[in-house]
Design a protein around this ligand. Structure first.
Ligand code: GLN
Length: 385
């Protein structure tokens, strides 16, 4: 019977995030695995959503998203990234970034097209590429810098490359792609007439004074880039699943055709609240970064004080530790022991590789209250280092 199912999904395990959160519940562990803050999020934004549920429109919103949200998205990116986007023809609202990515892949790939992916890659990417009939070409990034070279791109790109799926800032590495590397990637896209689908959901969650550079703004990329972001990450309300897609009108027309048969629309009350949130003053976004950066430093310093080897994190909710100095060679086994015996859930980074993974890196989420981080550090202190 199972042979009748599509093997892309039939052969998949449950996502590592769900698996580790379940283990965290089972063992009553501190959950630094799945990436979500334990702060409830800005009250005024949540109040807007509540108000919109009670007094607002609860029937289908327009397929492309509420006009007030599309206008707010355009104003937001004009203010924060100096982008000029037309709310009517270049912005679409989706039910989270994953829907946006799925829609883009389904709309743009013809079976047999080559798709360039960077490992470690978010775990939804590969199944979606394969389901769309894409032929993956991998660029393998390695710690501690997780950077690619021109040779890497030369090997992965070809005239058959239809699309590159690119995540910046990069989850799980916690890196921000340097501008010179972005420029190199843009050149490869242009030389091979490829479309860049950019998952930039972490664009606001960057540290140490970093300013996010969207690939769509690089010379020659405006017409061939699909920029994707998500209110879930911008406002640390990860359950909301309100995403945005930005692309030139020619691309947007086909992206909208895929979206109309995936989710069609996204809850209008959440859209109204996100429209309000996007207009918040710069100080709101600055404070969010300061809070996460402080939490990053607190966890990194605490882990280093325990003798653990901590890799740099410049963005996302995550930092990584290298477990090789502990004599560990299997991040999955290590994470299983960590949750069962030490009461801390983490994510083994090998889960983000299709083959031949890096097996000694473990991801920890620092987007947590001080008490949560303290509880994790206390448990980790019992590790034999
Ligand atoms: N983006 C989240 C993370 O990286 C997980 C999302 C999910 O659980 N599907 O942890």
């Amino acid at each position: 019977m199972t042979t009748a199912f599509n093997p892309v999904f039939a052969n998949l395990p449950t996502t590592i995030f769900e698996t580790m959160s379940r283990l965290a519940r089972e063992h009553q562990a501190v959950n630094l695995g799945q990436g979500f803050p334990d702060d409830p999020g800005a009250e005024d934004i949540r109040a807007k959503a509540a108000e919109a549920v009670v007094t607002g429109w609860n029937q289908y919103p327009p397929m492309m998203g509420l006009p007030e949200l599309r206008t707010a998205v355009a104003a937001h990116y004009a203010r924060h990234q100096n982008l000029a986007l037309d709310p009517d023809s270049e912005i679409m609202v989706t039910s989270g970034a994953t829907e946006a990515i799925a829609g883009a892949l389904f709309a743009l790939i013809v079976p047999g097209d080559e798709v360039v992916l960077f490992e470690p890659m978010y775990d939804a990417y590969l199944p979606l590429v394969l389901r769309a009939g894409g032929v993956p070409k991998f660029v393998k990034l390695k710690p501690p810098h997780w950077r690619f070279t021109a040779e890497d791109l030369m090997e992965a790109f070809s005239p058959r490359t239809k699309l590159v799926l690119f995540n910046n800032p990069l989850n799980p590495a916690g890196t921000v792609c340097p501008v010179e590397d972005l420029t190199m990637l843009a050149h490869f896209c242009m030389a091979n007439d490829a479309i860049a689908v950019c998952d930039e959901v972490w664009e606001h969650v960057v540290f140490d004074g970093t300013h996010h550079q969207p690939l769509i703004a690089l010379p020659g990329m405006r017409e061939r880039t699909v920029k994707i972001s998500s209110a879930g990450k911008i406002f640390s309300l990860t359950g909301w699943k309100v995403g945005f897609v930005m692309a030139a009108p020619g691309l947007m027309r086909v992206l909208a055709k895929a979206h109309q048969f995936l989710t069609f629309t996204t809850p209008p009350n959440l859209q109204a609240a996100v429209a309000y949130g996007l207009g918040k003053e710069d100080a709101f976004f600055d404070a969010m970064r300061v809070d996460f950066q402080t939490a990053r430093d607190y966890l990194a310093d605490g882990l280093a004080a325990l003798g653990l080897s901590v890799l740099n994190s410049r963005g996302t909710y995550f930092l990584n530790i290298d477990i090789a100095p502990l004599g560990e060679t299997d991040d999955v086994a290590f994470c299983q022991r960590l949750v069962a015996e030490h009461g801390v859930a983490a994510i083994p980074v090998s889960a983000f590789y299709a083959s031949d993974p890096v097996k000694t890196i473990v991801r920890l989420c620092f987007a947590k209250k001080r008490a949560t981080l303290d509880a994790a550090l206390e448990s980790l202190a019992k590790l034999k280092i």
